[in-house]
Write a protein of this length. Structure first.
Ligand code: SF4
Ligand code: SF4
Length: 401
């Protein structure tokens, strides 16, 4: 639909306007409608009509009603924020508009069931809580106890997805190789709430955060190391924001492994001869400025040659899996991962490494399509484990959920 026409058909509603301003905290006010955000949004690369981000910001400024397809397409990748001349926190505004849509009971089919499933099961994958720690079967991983140096927070995806469980097993092997005093919460590990937050169900996400804060404080957690940048982002920016907790030290695992390497606590015993290009996960790079730690880890692995894609660091192309997109279908031909795989092939990489379960899922799916084998997709933790001689595949029956 023509954008101008679409804007004309939006309805002004004072009550909604007040609600939008309150929920988005007026964050869109600085927008002067230049349209740069619309121009850089990756949806424009895969759809004839991408997201009119500029229009969404106008909607937030004026408190307009009207269905906006782009509201639920947004991956919250923050590529637009990196280019916005006015410094508008665009992804936050979009999540705020989703929050308003929930309050108005105007969300796509299936989201209610997804959130109820999260409430019932404690994870967005509809898996039973009693199977949460099956990935660790046979590894004899200790349960976290107060006084331990690190709580390893596995996260929902790496707990339940058979492919991503390899990342969790890799990290356990790495921590052991470095002599880290760590534990996990096992079946009692709670969801961090990122899925609910990204989909705009912020009141529910706040409930999850409040409950988890109490649990983490009671358990004596200080350094918490997360597999996923999405969980790490929640821990860094949504937990213990209103109360002082000097002990709270949330890290993504790449930050922690870079520290271990700098301290000389990881001794690699194998060479991994491979030409690697690194995909910056949006929630690690643009959203948290963590660009160097993953590259420092890769550079420390014997045999690894690093080549950069044209779009890297702050310019990295999103994999397409953030902002709740992991739980929505994206038609073939509209998946950012297909483009990213081509970029990796263009620089002659034989390994595409990343540091996020969502990125691994999207990129690995894209790499499998077509008849061009030869590019493997891995998480950096798996490469580190390989160089340390750590086993990551489970050969235990019952290890799959
Ligand atoms: S780039 Fe920033 S100022 Fe320009 S339209 Fe988008 S939000 Fe507004
Ligand atoms: S956050 Fe990413 S997907 Fe969402 S509007 Fe901005 S550039 Fe587009």
């Amino acid at each position: 639909m023509n954008q101008a026409l679409a804007l004309d058909t939006l309805m002004l509603d004072d009550a909604l306007g007040d609600e939008v301003m309150r929920v988005t905290r007026g964050a869109a006010a600085a927008c002067y409608q230049c349209g740069v955000c619309t121009a850089v949004c990756p949806w424009g690369l895969v759809r004839e009509t991408g997201i009119s981000t500029r229009r969404l910001m106008r909607q937030a400024q004026l408190g307009m009603d009207g269905a906006a397809d782009g509201l639920w397409l947004c991956t919250t990748c923050a590529a637009c924020e990196a280019s916005c001349p006015r410094g508008v926190p665009i992804a936050d505004v979009i999540v705020g508009l989703r929050d308003v849509a929930w309050r108005r009971r105007s969300v796509p089919d299936g989201f209610n069931a997804l959130l109820w499933g999260m409430y019932a099961d404690g994870n967005p994958w509809g898996r039973p809580p009693s199977r949460r720690s099956v990935w660790a079967a046979g590894l004899d991983v200790p349960t976290f106890a107060a006084g331990q140096a690190v709580l390893y927070y596995v996260g929902c995806t790496s707990s339940y997805d058979p492919r991503m469980q390899r990342i969790a097993r890799a990290l356990v092997g790495i921590f052991r190789a470095a002599g880290v005093d760590f534990g996990i919460l096992g079946d009692a590990e709670p969801c961090c709430g990122e899925g609910a937050h990204a989909l705009g169900q912020r009141p529910y996400a706040r409930e999850i955060v409040a409950a988890n804060e109490k649990r983490f404080a009671a358990a004596g957690v200080s350094t918490i190391v997360a597999t996923s940048p999405h969980c790490a982002d929640m821990f860094k920016h949504r937990y213990f924001q209103d109360e002082a907790n000097d002990r709270w030290r949330p890290l993504h695992y790449t930050e922690y492994l870079a520290e271990l390497i700098a301290e000389g606590r990881l001794r690699f015993v194998r060479t991994v001869e491979t030409r690697v290009t690194y995909h910056d996960p949006c929630y690690l790079g643009r959203r948290n400025g963590i660009y160097d730690a993953p590259r420092q880890i890769l550079a420390a692995i014997p045999g690894v040659e690093i080549v950069e894609m044209a779009e890297s660091r702050a310019d990295a192309l999103c994999c397409g899996g953030g902002g709740g997109r992991m739980w929505q279908e994206t038609p073939a031909g509209e998946r950012f991962g297909d483009l990213r795989i081509e970029q990796a092939r263009t620089v002659g990489a034989d390994t595409l490494a990343t540091a996020c379960p969502h990125c691994v899922a999207c990129l690995e799916d894209a790499a499998k399509i077509g008849d061009r084998p030869g590019l493997r997709v891995v998480d950096i933790a798996e490469l580190v484990a390989e160089a340390l001689g750590v086993q990551t595949r489970s050969n235990l029956t019952g290890a799959r959920p």
